[in-house]
Design a protein around this ligand. Structure first.
Ligand code: C2E
Ligand code: CA
Ligand code: CA
Ligand code: CA
Length: 279
């Protein structure tokens, strides 16, 4: 069973024996959603903290549910993982993100990379890098425009496979970000052992800055750590100008959050990109 984050759950993802009928029905709906192309990608801008210039997007999956409207990933990814549906969903996400970015590049819109979240189950697949390489070839997106986000917890498992996979991604030219940094059990040794590109400060540390001195200390330490290991730092969950100002002062390189721009559907993202493009 996966830990539930915030808010109420749409699905019961704990002991499946508890509510078999409902779970089966939701599983059925999720399979149908894939068949009916009811999954959507939203894109959230990441900007250079110092200049505000666009640095890239994070792709975030949603489900256009027939009855409940747009449903966030925290409410169906755990179900997908437990019911063996994460692989087709992840492959769709990867392909769609690459396809979309390539289409925007071809339209002459500003060329920036897209970051895709990979769940532990996907990252552990033996052929994960081959799959990624194949999607890049098929969509024509150059590898330097794809980034992979993997949580710290995922990186801490299966050291040998993780090491090989990260080396292959590096060889392919795809950047890797450690997501939710600071929330897992980490030895920190992995940061120098593995080829990584960015550290993403978890939003739980950002949310109470600049008021909370402890959180300011943690965020400062993570940014310093990233700098000394020559990794880029990204802060997520940036909601206020004060938070952005703090991050800038601390030398955090990239920022993402509602205070900068929310995740937007493809149409709005395109309009957003177009507004940036020189006339
Ligand atoms: P994450 O990777 O930490 O993604 C960031 C989440 O923070 C997103 O939630 C985003 O909408 C939200 N967020 C962005 N700015 C702010 C802000 O200023 N304040 C707050 N409070 N939240 C903000 P979302 O889209 O609901 O995604 C939740 C999680 O679901 C993601 O967390 C990620 O772990 C997972 N996820 C999303 N898309 C995918 C996917 O395609 N595949 C997999 N395996 N997981 C995904
Ligand atoms: Ca992420
Ligand atoms: Ca995160
Ligand atoms: Ca998260």
């Amino acid at each position: 069973a996966k830990e539930s984050g915030r808010g109420t759950r749409l699905f019961y993802t704990g002991d499946m024996a508890g509510q078999p009928a409902e779970t089966l029905q939701q599983e059925h709906l999720l399979r149908e959603a894939m068949a009916q192309q009811a999954l959507r990608l939203h894109y959230q801008p990441q900007v250079h903290a110092a200049s505000g210039r666009l640095a890239g997007f994070e792709a975030l999956v949603r489900w256009q549910h027939p009855l409940r409207g747009l449903i966030g990933p925290d409410e169906f990814i755990p179900l997908a993982e437990s019911r063996g549906l994460i692989t087709p969903i992840s492959r769709w996400v990867l392909r769609e993100a690459c396809r979309q970015l390539k289409a925007w590049h071809d339209e002459g819109l500003p060329r920036v990379p897209v970051a895709v979240n990979l769940s532990a189950i996907e990252f552990r697949q033996r052929d994960v890098v081959r799959e990624i390489a194949q999607v890049l070839t098929e969509t024509g997106l150059p590898p330097e425009y794809l980034e992979i986000e993997i949580t710290e917890t995922t990186l801490m498992q299966q050291a040998e496979h993780t090491h090989t996979t990260l080396q292959e991604l590096q060889a392919l030219g795809v950047a890797v970000t450690v997501d939710d940094f600071g929330t897992g059990y980490s030895s920190l040794a992995y940061l120098k052992r593995y080829p990584l590109d960015k550290i993403k400060v978890d939003r739980s540390f950002v949310i109470d800055t600049p008021g909370d001195a402890d959180d300011v200390a943690i965020v400062t330490a993570i940014i310093e750590l990233a700098r000394s290991l020559q990794l880029q730092s990204v802060a997520e969950g940036v909601e206020t100008p004060e938070q952005l100002a703090l991050l800038r002062r601390l030398g955090c390189e990239l920022a993402q959050g509602y205070g900068i721009a929310p995740p937007m559907d493809a149409q709005r993202t395109r309009a957003w990109l177009q507004a940036l493009a020189p006339a």
